[in-house]
Each structure stands twice: as C-alpha cells, then as structure tokens.
Design a protein around this ligand. Structure first.
Ligand code: NAD
Length: 415
C-alpha cells in the first residue's frame, strides 16, 4: 500500500473548499501552509547510561482566532507532515466549534512502549525545555494525543512552571484532576461524537434503539464510543476491532466486558462467543453505524463502494480519503466528519483552560451539558450549510470553519 501524505490530504480538502467559497487566491495561499514550525533535537540520558537524540516538532498553523491549541503525539512513525495536517485540522476544528483558539500540533518521534517511565519523564521535560518559549497561555496550549497521557501532561506543566516561575496550570490541558484537569475529559471525544450521532440519526430517520454499530479501534475514542453508543443511545454494538483484528456477534457485545478482556489478554480478539473478522471486513459489515476510531486513511476508493453503513461517525482523525468521500456522498452515506465528530476532546480541553484561568471548577453534569450544547449547535450549522450549498458534510464543515478564520484574518488586517 502506498503511504498517503496526510498534509497533502489536508491541503486538497482546503483546495476544494476554496473552490466552493471562491476564496481569494492570496488568502488561500496563506491558509495552505502553517504559520510557524519548530523542529527540536532532544538528547535524553537513557536508563542504560547512553544518550539518545530524539526529534520533536511543534507546528502552529493559524492563530487568527486566538492562541493555538493542539495535542502532542509520541509515536515512532511521527512525521512533520502528519503534524502539519493535524495542526491544520485543529485550526478548522476550533473554528467550527466556535472556540476562541487557533490550531497547533506537536510530536516526538519515539516509541513510548519501549521506554521506561523515567525515560518518558526526561523526554517530556526536555521537550518542554526545547519549546517553552514557543508556548504559553497567550500563545499555544498543548494537550495529550496518541501515546501521551495525563501523567505526561503533568510533567510538562510542571517543567513549564519551573522554567517560567509561574504556577499556570492552564498552559497545558488533559492534566490529572488533582492538577487542574477537567471533569469529563476522559470520554469527551467519544461523548461529543455520540451527541452528533444522536442528531445525525434524527436527520437520517434511524431509530437508534434498533440500530447496529461497528467500531474500529478500541482505545480511548473507540471504547468510550462503543460504551456510550450502547448506554446513552441504546444501540447494539455488533463488532469491535483493534490492531490485532476484530470480533463480531449479531447478538450485540457488552463494551465493558470487551474492554476487560482486552486489558486481560492484550486484544479484543478471542472474546467468547464471537466470530473473528478482519479490520477490512469490519468496515464493510451490514450495520447502520460505522465508527472508525483508530487510524487515518482506512476508508479509500477501494472499499468505499462496499460500505453499507448509513452513518459514519469519524472519531479517528482522517479515516476517509477525498476519493472515498465522493463515493460515500454519491451513495447517500451520512458522514459526520472528523473535525466535527471528534471535537469533543478539544472542547472539554478548552473548558479545562477556562476553569484553570478562573480557578473555579465545574462538575461533570455541567461539563456534559455545555459539551452537548456546543456539539449539537456545530452539527446543525454544518448540516444547514451542507443543504444550502448542496455539498457533503466535510465540505460544509470546511466552509464554516474557513469562513470564520478568514473573517478574523480580515478584521485583524492581515489580508
Ligand atoms: P489510542 O491509542 O487510545 O487507541 C488506538 C486504538 O486503535 C487501539 O485500540 C489500537 O489497537 C487500535 N489500532 C491501532 N492500529 C490499528 C489497526 N491497524 N487497525 C485497527 N485498530 C488499530 O488512541 P485514541 O486516543 O483512541 O485515538 C484514536 C483516533 O482518534 C486517532 O485518530 C486520534 O487522532 C483520534 N482522536 C482522539 C482523541 C482523544 O481525545 N483521544 C481526540 C481527537 C481525535
């Protein structure tokens, strides 16, 4: 399989939107590339006494609407282009949810699964030492992403406060509760997606209590996606997968029992009374709702014609290629695009910042209500735009988000 360059995908999506919007070519040129990029070398003393030099990035894509915000990934396959694409999507995501923030992303090329906790702590602190002048409450606010977690955010926040001498918890979000983390952050990404799925089902005339669901990926997004699809919406989750393969039963799965099995055995596969299926088969199952919650570029022009789901709720970033998008739209599949569907995470991260700044904390119920309000409003704005312009939901999300960023750039006098 040829590797798709994620940043090229992000640029192509923007180009399509520019065409529909008849965007001024000068503004389009500015929006096609990140505003700032920092590349750093991080020498780390490993537990065996040797020094290894890791490479890290921070990309700030556009800050017209406010300080930039975006996660940090620790991943062996990290590339600057992936970080650029994710930073671009953060820009559109924050604008779409009407958060007063721009978009950024960071990453370090490393394999956390092969590192000790002490090595990970040294790497996390070194990364902050390398980028601290670049970030801050009024500049850029990082958060966790793939293979980074609340503990890593706590080390990073601590390092930042030591260097600057300012105990500013809000400089990083996704922290542990004891250090100013927000209630409701754990399941925020999936919960936000589930709220949009509830609205999409109304639009598509699907009775969720009778609907079947397949979920690809069983980490933070996938597990909570499956759990909430069943517990909040009453759906039947019939298939689940992870990197080792998938399971299927038409009787419906208990998402918590599958999670316990995965914790015990390392995978969802071999869960009792289920049929083994591949990840490719999962995508093409006869289900009402498909939730990709693992990797990018899994729905392509090859398998898109075989997809039978009526709604695709993209919890993963970039699961659908532009060619596949066209096919799904023609086939009448209702796609809730990634930067709308998975925006619950950044929305609650933003709530975390607000609570840190005010030093006053909301309870979980309040977080859920505020999140529901934001996600539901964003879903309906996208739906109305897609109907107005007769375009798919991803293009409609782009139109709304890009229009908001451009308006901010114009009012600031940048263009
Ligand atoms: P995670 O690391 O917790 O889980 C990833 C899951 O994907 C694991 O179950 C893993 O086994 C599975 N996986 C890996 N390779 C696979 C393959 N080839 N086929 C099938 N499954 C595979 O990550 P996460 O936080 O759940 O993120 C998943 C996706 O959701 C990513 O695209 C991420 O960018 C996106 N996302 C997550 C958040 C969040 O708050 N966690 C927010 C926005 C977007």
């Amino acid at each position: 399989m040829t590797k798709v360059n994620l940043f090229e995908v992000a640029q192509r999506q923007l180009d399509e939107c520019a065409k529909i919007l008849k965007l001024d070519p000068d503004i389009h040129a500015i929006l096609r590339v990140p505003a700032r990029e920092l590349k750093v070398s991080l020498p780390i003393r490993m537990d065996d006494g040797t020094i290894r030099v890791f490479q890290g990035f921070r990309v700030q894509y556009n800050d017209a609407r406010g300080p930039t915000k975006g996660g940090i990934r620790f991943h062996p396959d990290e590339t600057i282009d992936t970080v650029r694409a994710l930073a671009a999507w953060m820009t559109w995501k924050c604008a779409l949810l009407d958060l007063p923030l721009g978009g950024a992303k960071g990453g370090v090329i490393c394999n956390p699964k092969e590192m000790s906790q002490a090595e990970l702590e040294r790497l996390s602190r070194e990364y902050i030492r390398a980028i601290y002048q670049f970030i801050g409450l009024d500049k850029d606010i990082p958060a966790p992403d793939v293979y980074t977690n609340p503990q890593i955010m706590a080390w990073m926040m601590d390092e930042y406060t030591k260097i600057t001498g300012k105990n500013q918890f809000g400089v990083i979000t996704g922290k542990p509760l004891i250090l100013g983390g927000s209630a409701g952050r754990n399941d925020a990404t999936a919960r936000g997606g589930i709220y949009t799925l509830r609205e999409a089902a109304k639009e598509c005339g699907i009775d969720l209590k009778k609907a079947t669901v397949a979920v690809q990926g069983y980490g933070n997004a996938g597990y909570y996606g499956a759990y909430l699809a069943k517990s909040l919406l009453g759906c039947k989750v019939v298939a689940i997968s992870d990197s080792k393969g998938g399971i299927f039963t038409k009787e419906g799965l208990d998402p918590e029992a599958v999670r316990e099995h995965k914790i015990r055995t390392g995978s969802v596969i071999n869960f009792p009374n289920t049929k083994a299926i591949s990840n490719e088969e999962l995508l093409e199952l006869e289900v009402d709702i498909l939730i990709p919650a693992a990797l990018e570029n899994v729905i392509t022009k090859k398998n898109a014609p075989n997809i039978k789901a009526k709604i695709i709720a993209e919890l993963a970033n970039g699961p659908t290629t532009p060619e596949a998008d066209d096919i799904l739209y023609k086939d009448g599949v209702h796609v809730i695009p990634d930067f709308l569907c998975n925006a619950g995470g950044v929305t609650v991260s933003y709530f975390e910042m607000v609570q840190n700044l005010h030093m006053y904390y909301w309870d979980e119920k309040e977080i859920h209500q505020r999140l529901d309000k934001k996600m539901t409003a964003a879903y309906h704005s996208v739906l109305n735009t897609s109907k107005k312009y007769n375009i798919n939901m991803r293009q409609a999300s782009y139109i709304l988000a890009v229009e908001r960023v451009v308006e901010a750039m114009e009012r600031r006098g940048w263009v």
